[in-house]
Each structure stands twice: as structure tokens, then as C-alpha cells.
Design a protein around this ligand. Structure first.
Ligand code: XIL
Length: 322
């Protein structure tokens, strides 16, 4: 397979088609060629708390800045990911005890980051993965994921969003999570729970502008989502007055790198992008990595470029949908 005549970026006509980039790969020419197919970059890790605040109170924007600079150098927009998350966090953060200490730490982190990137990054995932996976979401309910954040500071989500809005009123504030793409996944329980949760935020006047559907799929039933169900999910969130973006798409091929699996993978990528283009509520589509060997998912050939950065059927599927 060769690259298409029109790049994804050209074919997108400015609709946000993005990819997670990693600064330690920027020196590789084949990697950069594939990365430049997209019109938007998100840092795979560089803008997370673990990268920006490795020690409490010590802010280091070097790596996040490097991602942003590379995006600008290549005419790409940049999406911010993520301010507050429970997973892969430095020990000092996980060890914080007491409501006030946790609250102050969250306020300080959000304030420092949004101040540094004021006028440079216009969309941020403010809170990532805060709802319990097995949350039933029945009767308007949800459960917060039980973590050091929710234990020490149960209203950490409200605090993070309110702080973000105060520091930079021009930034779009997203809640981002996985397994919420449609009722096909977890019998719809988690998507219902997140729906009820963000609805409650809106009703209580907490500033939130959008929901990110991470869109980490597998090529097996129960771990994929049908086009019409994605459309329905986008519409539900949209009718709350929220934008939706597909933020981290990848598709694990559970039976390996066969022609059949790649065809199914290509179809699922195409369906995701098609839903995003067809839904009036979806404003961006992003993939979680460039080539298969860059992926955080170590098996399953999940991305749209091979490890040598030649395009896979999924790449053509996206081009065709655009
Ligand atoms: C992952 C990165 O891809 C890995 O390199 C890192 O070790 C852990 O985080 N959901 C998210 C992303 O919101 O931030 C995660 O990224 C993948 C799952």
C-alpha cells in the first residue's frame, strides 16, 4: 500500500482529524511523514500531570511544549490531554491525604497548566476516566471510580472544571472516558452512567463543553460499536448542549494481522469517522498513535499504519469516508 493522492489532512477539509504524537519519535522521518497526514496532534503522554509536575510544585513544561512546537511547525492544531487522571500518576500525587490538600493540588495544577497554555491550546480533557466501569447508570445514577482522587476529594471533578473555566474562559472543557461509545459495550451501563453524570453537571451549572469518547475497540462482539449506536450516543450528549469528539481511537485485531481482521478493523475505523462526520454534535476525530509499534496496546495491530509506517486498509477506509 502507498499513501493516497490526497492526505487525510487534505481530504478532511479542516475537520479535526488528529493523532497522538510522542516526542521521542519526532526524529524518525517515516514516523513524521505519517504523523503529518493529520491536521491535529495530541501529546500521547507529554502534557499529562506525570510529565508536567514530576514533583509536587515543580512544573516542567519542556516536553509538552515540544509537542506543541512540533505541531505548530507542521501546521497542525493541538488538543490538550489531560489535566486530572487517576492512572499512571506520580507517587507524590497518589500519596496526598486530606480534602484541602487534594483540592489545592488540583487547583494549582489546573491553574499552572492553563495559564502556561493560554491562547495556545483551545481544548482540554479536564478530567479523564472518573466513572466506575461497572457503574449501572440506572435511574439517573452513576458511581465515581474509587481512587485516591475520589477518596480524598469527592468533588474533584467540579473543582477541576470550575478552576479551568476561571483561569481561561476561552478553553473548551471536556470529560473523557472509554467504553461509553454506545449501548453495545458493557450493555450500555457505563455510557448511561456518564450521560447521567454530565447531565447532572450541566444542571448544577458546572462548566463543561464536551465529552470525549476514547473509542478503544476490539474486533469482537461486545467490544465494538455499531454506527447507529455511536450516532445515538453523540445525539444524547449533544442534546445536553455538549460537543462530542472521538479522542483516542484504536482497534485491536484479536485474531492477529490477517486480511480479514484488517478488513474488519478498516470498517470499524470508517464507521467511527463516518458517525463523527454525520453527527452534528461531533467536532473531532483522533487516533491514539501513529504506527502499530507505537501503540500502548502491545498486541492486536491497532492503528492505521504498519510498523514501517506504510498505510493499512484502515487508512484507506478513512480517506474514503472523508
Ligand atoms: C496511555 C499512553 O498511550 C501510554 O504510553 C502510557 O503509558 C499510559 O497512557 N486512555 C487515555 C490515555 O486517556 O491517556 C492512555 O494513554 C490510554 C488510555
Amino acid at each position: 500500500f502507498a499513501f493516497a493522492d490526497l492526505s487525510l489532512r487534505e481530504a478532511s477539509k479542516d475537520f479535526m482529524v488528529g493523532v497522538a504524537g510522542a516526542s521521542h519519535r519526532f526524529g524518525d522521518e517515516a514516523y513524521m511523514n505519517a504523523l503529518k497526514e493529520f491536521n491535529t496532534m495530541v501529546a500521547e503522554n507529554g502534557c499529562k500531570l506525570s510529565g508536567i509536575q514530576p514533583q509536587q510544585g515543580v512544573f516542567d513544561f519542556t516536553d509538552c511544549d515540544a509537542h506543541l512546537a512540533k505541531a505548530e511547525e507542521n501546521g497542525m492544531k493541538f488538543r490538550g490531554h489531560c489535566l486530572i487522571w487517576f492512572n499512571y500518576q506520580p507517587q507524590w500525587f497518589q500519596d496526598i491525604k486530606g480534602y484541602d490538600n487534594m483540592k489545592n493540588t488540583i487547583v494549582e495544577h489546573v491553574t499552572q497548566v492553563l495559564t502556561h497554555y493560554k491562547g495556545k491550546i483551545d481544548t482540554w480533557d479536564v478530567v479523564n476516566e472518573a466513572i466506575e466501569d461497572e457503574s449501572t447508570g440506572e435511574n439517573g445514577t452513576w458511581e465515581l471510580r474509587d481512587t485516591f482522587l475520589s477518596r480524598e476529594c469527592p468533588d474533584f471533578i467540579d473543582i477541576a472544571f470550575k478552576t479551568a473555566r476561571e483561569v481561561d474562559p476561552n478553553v473548551k472543557l471536556f470529560y473523557n472516558d472509554y467504553d461509553i461509545e454506545g449501548i453495545d459495550i458493557r450493555q450500555g451501563k457505563k455510557t448511561n452512567a456518564v450521560y447521567n453524570f454530565v447531565k447532572d453537571m450541566k444542571e448544577r451549572g458546572i462548566p463543561i463543553d464536551g465529552v470525549g469518547l476514547q473509542y478503544h475497540l476490539h474486533t469482537e462482539p461486545g467490544k465494538t460499536v455499531k454506527y447507529e449506536n455511536v450516532m445515538e450516543t453523540m445525539e444524547r450528549f449533544g442534546k445536553l448542549g455538549l460537543e462530542v469528539q472521538i479522542t483516542e481511537m484504536d482497534v485491536n485485531c484479536v485474531k492477529g494481522n490477517t486480511e480479514e481482521e484488517f478488513a474488519l478493523q478498516a470498517q470499524l475505523y470508517g464507521d467511527g469517522l463516518r458517525a463523527c462526520l454525520d453527527s452534528p454534535y461531533c467536532t473531532g476525530f483522533l487516533i491514539w498513535g501513529v504506527g502499530d509499534s507505537d501503540s500502548w496496546r502491545t498486541d492486536g495491530y491497532p492503528l492505521i499504519f504498519n510498523k514501517d509506517y506504510t498505510p493499512k486498509p484502515a487508512y484507506y477506509s478513512l480517506i474514503n469516508v472523508l
